[in-house]
Design a protein around this ligand. Structure first.
Ligand code: NI
Length: 302
């Protein structure tokens, strides 16, 4: 027994060592696995590049940019922004056909991005936790790309509103340029594709709508026009919005293309009034998804 003690002691140590070794290698494996799993994300954020820069502000900006890129990639995977039910491809939509009890409304903002007013609209929407839909003009995206990135980063939906916002007749080549060039810059700026189109001025027969429908865009018009482009007094602007307000409705406002201070002033009250009436706010894809769901439900009941 006495003789066995040292060997027992040694084997005990050996077992301990073995356990230590195996747990160490196990944790190594786990760490490696985590690294392997995280590798693509880390590549996207590009930590090395971030560390190389010394300016704090620049690093913050780069980090924000990297996070945005990551968010956009995730959004693409999830199919955000471009997930329109196929029944709405090439369709012309003024409002969603919903039941009166489905009290939802879609706020839409056209002609941006625009200095000051777009950021002010975004502030109000953020404070009220509302997601809206922005129909952007290509040349404004080119001039103010950061604002478009902010719209996407804050969860809003982007639609195509042509490059120049021209009203005149456009031959197929010109119409293609107006829509495709805008589609390209939205993609280059945000990594997102949209299949929502709103014709400038709501003009249906100058060539752009034909091209957009052939390209499978949903043509999104509106059911409630704020007429904010004519800069009416704030109470009148609000009255315009509510005159035709209804469940499934689409409200037309402008965050760009001119002085939009009246729209910015009116927006908090518009939001409050809708909420008092029991409405909640949805994006255009969410609105179309609701109508699609209704249709499918009635089909299964038949
Ligand atoms: Ni417009």
């Amino acid at each position: 027994m006495i003789d066995n003690k040292p060997s027992l002691w040694i084997s005990g140590k050996l077992v301990g060592l073995l356990i230590l070794c195996s747990s160490f290698s196990l944790s190594l494996i786990i760490l490696m696995k985590i690294n392997i799993f995280k590798a693509p994300e880390q590549q996207k954020i590009n930590v090395n590049e971030l560390a190389a820069n010394t300016g704090t502000q620049q690093r913050i900006e780069e980090f924000k940019g990297a996070m945005l890129k990551l968010w956009q990639q995730q959004a693409q995977v999830k199919g955000f922004s471009d997930s329109i039910p196929s029944s709405f491809q090439s369709a012309i939509i003024n409002a969603a056909k919903l039941s009166p009890s489905q009290k939802v409304i879609a706020l839409t903002f056209d002609d941006g991005p625009w200095p000051e007013s777009t950021a002010e609209v975004l502030d109000i929407l953020r404070k009220n936790q509302i997601k809206a839909t922005f129909f952007v003009i290509g040349q404004n995206v080119k001039n103010y790309p950061a604002l478009l990135k902010q719209e996407v980063a804050e969860g809003h939906v982007i639609g195509n509103h042509t490059w120049h916002h021209w009203y005149q007749f456009l031959n197929p080549q010109a119409a293609a340029y107006e829509i495709d060039h805008t589609e390209d810059i939205i993609y280059q700026t945000t990594g997102l594709k949209t299949n929502l189109f709103r014709p400038p001025g709501g003009i249906m027969h100058n060539g752009v709508v034909d091209y957009a429908r052939n390209s499978k865009y949903s043509i999104i018009l509106w059911s409630s026009d704020s007429i904010d482009y004519s800069r009416p007094p704030v109470p009148k602007l609000i009255g315009n919005v509510f005159r035709e307000a209804k469940p499934g409705g689409i409200v037309l406002m402008h965050d760009g293309g001119g002085n939009r201070s009246k729209t910015v002033q009116a927006l908090p009250e518009i939001i409050a009034n809708f909420r008092n009436q029991g409405y909640r706010f949805v994006t255009i894809p969410e609105l179309l998804e609701m109508e699609d769901k209704n249709q499918r439900l009635t089909e299964t009941k038949k």
